[in-house]
Design a protein around this ligand. Structure first.
Ligand code: CO
Length: 132
């Protein structure tokens, strides 16, 4: 049910410094920037082939990314898989008894539809299902 890797998300302490790191080190530029109010994060999407690196920066102390940075420091936060049908992929995971963070698909950035699967039932990896 997973078509491609949509993005690998990295939690960062300084968004501009992270963007500069990717630009200077790898020549990768930002394709899209968005403030996601519901998650209290700012994201920068850097295109790598047909996928993205998603740099995530918390915009509030109670942001899930702020909590992640506090506990674990900067690093990989989740993997986003591109799916044709987010609802169908989510329902299949639920039917398999996998714990989910979103019972129903919701709006993501870039006009996508997304749902998150809990890391505890997914090999310690937070998984995002992304439908364009
Ligand atoms: Co994501």
């Amino acid at each position: 049910m997973l078509d491609e890797i949509d993005h690998v998300a990295i939690a960062v302490n300084d968004l501009d410094a992270a963007i500069t790191f990717y630009r200077n080190t790898f020549g990768v530029e930002v394709e899209h920037r968005e403030f996601i109010a519901s998650d209290r994060v700012e994201e920068a999407m850097l295109k790598v082939g047909t996928s993205y690196i998603q740099l995530l920066f918390p915009t509030a102390p109670d942001s899930p990314i702020a909590k992640f940075l506090e506990k674990r420091g900067e690093g990989i936060h989740h993997v986003g898989y591109r799916v044709t049908d987010c609802k169908a992929a989510l329902e299949r995971a639920k039917a398999e008894g996998v714990a989910v963070l979103d019972e129903e698909p919701r709006h993501g950035s870039r006009g996508t539809t997304v749902a998150f699967i809990h890391p505890k039932g997914a090999l310690g990896t937070l998984i995002e299902l992304v439908q364009q």
